[in-house]
Ligand binder design. Structure first.
Ligand code: FES
Length: 649
């Protein structure tokens, strides 16, 4: 007779197995994702499965209750002490007795999909580099003397089919005491290298079920943002950010490169500052999540090329001038201490590959998260920050460039500008008839014309990046500003809010002076700063479109922490992005941060982006005369020549 049929759900994988085969073994031989830390010893309970009984008409199967072996002593003991959920079995103990359908619940999968919390969250597949493995090591035998490490290696090969394992010398001294304590049972934190070999990062006596944690860090030139994540479940346990302390050496990247050029030891100083900040962020996130920094085994860092070199202690001077030679563009795995981070002493850091001298690992992370290389539609992705990273493409080809937008989009170098923090105006509308503004402030749900706004709003402090973009776009739509960006006088615009200052005019949004608060206006210089930033962004996008030979794109993705807050309509009115139907413009939230988390949780994601960056065509904006032409034409609002048909409809 034929061997019984075993069908796994949800994967649908199936095969015939001899009576008596453990379900865990069947799963492994079919490549079904079923977790196990103890290697099938009935200790860890990671291998839990849910057998199905009854009729499965689609499969043509009738499964009887005796299709699995009854509870054995190991399961009974486990159930008595720890409790198994109703209907669950340990996959390593239950054996095949007849045709059976076996469901692998999400929590028993190593490569589980992490549930999306927000619409902008990417579904994430777990394929972690670091995982726990429990091993039973043969006892020392006086008659065949081998070292404990050698016996550990043999056990790993036999119980986990893992051949090439390194124990760092710093951990060697702990091996014998731990083996003695655990009676030759030991749990290892194993880190999988790209070549398939493994490093032992940590070890514990007997079965250890403590957490393994990792950091995903988006190291920007202005802010450093990070997530502390559980490497087993993919859950985000704490998120936070801090200002990049390198700001004191220069607001933008090029001024930091010049600082390194002009000051001997300047690069070293900046490296120390950023490494200290990375360490500080790690400590803060760990504290917030109540996690010991020693339980953090991995960090993934994405950043632009200048930040990348400085974080690694590489002088970035070559990135200041053509040919913008990177010291290395490959992905790097290094001890986390190499980035100044004090996590677990053996913790590893992974830095995504760089795309080009101006297009960094942050853009690579965006590419990983947004996957233009898999898209049918021609997709334009702009990650707006101090520097805009721009990607254009579909599954045929992907192009990338970066464009020096400057910090105006982040509220910097704007007269009333500030970071996006409580008190900042983040949304703004201007009545086309009365020219009166109404706005919303971060930290308060009401619009400013609501009756009890004054009572509810803690205080209005300034205007942030999304606020200034909406303000300028609304000023254009209500005729307070002309296409060249000039603010009209009170007479010309019909509102006293347009008031003279020196030889130009400014628009008054909020006057809090009576109560000692700020006076918030949009000045002519503010409009010019926004025009420069948006022209740079548009010109970069157009340059890529020229390369592909297209006048239109099918989809636009606004990324970046700040991209999440830009309204597509206002971006279009300003001419920040090329003309496209508004419904084709979507926000992806912090795509670089998402890409960093994907790389943290998945070795396959790391390999994917390492392969993809070689296929991305880099376009250099700095040396392109076409960029200058596009830049000049894009200075008008929305544009000197492009028709922007969307805005007319
Ligand atoms: Fe650990 Fe089954 S594999 S209990």
């Amino acid at each position: 007779a034929q061997n019984p049929l075993v069908v796994f759900t949800p994967s649908g994988k199936r095969g015939r197995f001899a009576v008596g085969t453990p379900i865990l073994q069947a799963a492994r031989s079919l490549g079904v994702d079923l977790d196990s830390v103890c290697g099938g010893r009935g200790i860890c309970s990671k291998c839990q499965i849910q057998p199905g009984v009854g009729d499965f008409p689609k499969l043509g199967l009738h499964v009887t209750a005796d299709a699995l072996s009854p509870f054995n002593a190991v399961e009974e003991r486990y159930d008595r002490i720890r409790g198994l959920k109703a209907g669950r079995r340990l996959g390593c103990q239950a054996t095949v007795q007849g045709d059976i359908v076996v469901d692998v619940p999400a929590e028993s999968q190593v490569h589980k999909q992490v549930i999306r919390k927000a619409a902008s969250d990417r579904a994430m597949v777990m394929d972690p580099a670091t995982r726990l493995a429990f091993v039973e090591v043969a006892e020392a035998d006086m008659h065949s003397p081998t070292g404990s490490l050698e016996r550990l290696r043999e056990a790993l090969a036999a119980q986990w089919q893992i051949g090439d394992v390194t124990l760092p010398p710093a951990l060697l001294a702990r091996l014998n005491p731990l083996l003695n304590k655990g009676k030759n049972r030991i749990t290892l934190a194993l880190y999988r290298q790209p070549d398939g070999s493994h490093d032992i990062l940590d070890l514990w006596p007997d079965l250890h079920e403590g957490g393994l944690y990792g950091l995903a860090i988006d190291l920007g030139s202005t802010t450093i943002a990070g997530h502390l994540c559980d490497l087993t479940t993919g859950a985000v346990l704490a998120s936070g950010g801090l200002m990049n302390p390198q700001i004191r050496f220069g607001e933008d990247l090029m001024s930091r490169v010049s600082y390194a050029m002009m000051n001997p030891g300047g690069a070293v100083e900046m490296t120390a500052a950023v490494q200290e900040a990375l360490d500080d962020l790690a400590r803060r996130l760990a504290e917030e999540a109540g996690v010991d920094t020693a339980a953090i085994y991995e960090a993934v860092v994405v950043c632009n090329p200048v930040m990348h070199h400085l974080a690694l202690g590489i002088d970035p001077v070559d990135l200041g001038q053509a040919p913008f030679a990177l010291t290395t563009s490959s992905a790097i795995t290094l001890p986390a201490t190499g980035l100044g981070m004090h996590l677990n002493p053996q913790a590893r850091a992974y830095m995504l590959p760089l795309i080009a001298g101006h297009v960094g690992a942050d853009a690579a992370a965006v590419a990983l998260a947004e996957a233009p290389h898999k898209a049918e539609a021609l997709t334009l992705i702009v990650d707006v920050g101090t520097n805009a990273e721009i990607l254009l493409g579909n599954k045929e080809h992907v192009l990338a460039c970066s464009s020096p937008t400057g910090p105006a989009f982040e509220g910097a170098q704007i007269s009333s500008g500030q970071r996006a923090a409580p008190g900042a105006i983040e949304r703004l509308e201007i009545d086309p008839v009365t020219k009166e503004p109404r706005f919303r402030v971060i930290g308060c749900d009401l619009w400013s014309d609501a009756a009890d706004f004054a009572a509810q709003v803690p205080q209005v402090t300034g205007i942030c990046g999304s606020g200034i973009i909406e303000a300028v776009a609304e000023m254009r739509m209500s005729g307070l500003v002309d296409a060249s960006g000039l603010i009209g006088s009170a007479e010309a615009t019909g509102t006293p809010r347009c008031r003279p200052t020196g030889r130009t005019h400014e628009y008054l949004i909020f006057d809090g002076s009576a109560s000692g608060g700020p006076v918030i206006t949009v000045t002519q210089a503010d409009i010019r700063a926004i025009q420069l930033a948006k022209s740079a962004l548009y010109a970069g996008a157009r340059l890529l479109m020229d390369e592909i030979g297209t006048d239109t794109v099918e989809r636009i993705v606004l990324a970046g922490a700040f991209g999440a807050h830009i309204s597509p309509k206002h971006a279009m009115v300003l001419g920040m992005i090329p003309d496209a139907p508004l419904e084709a413009v979507v926000s992806a939230g912090n795509a670089a941060g998402t890409g960093a988390r994907m790389a943290l949780h998945s070795v396959a994601a790391r390999r994917e982006i390492e392969a993809q960056v070689h296929r991305i065509t880099k376009v250099e904006t700095a040396i392109s005369p076409r960029f200058q032409e596009h830049f000049v034409a894009a200075n008008a609002i929305p544009h000197a020549t492009a028709p922007f048909a969307t805005l007319r409809s």
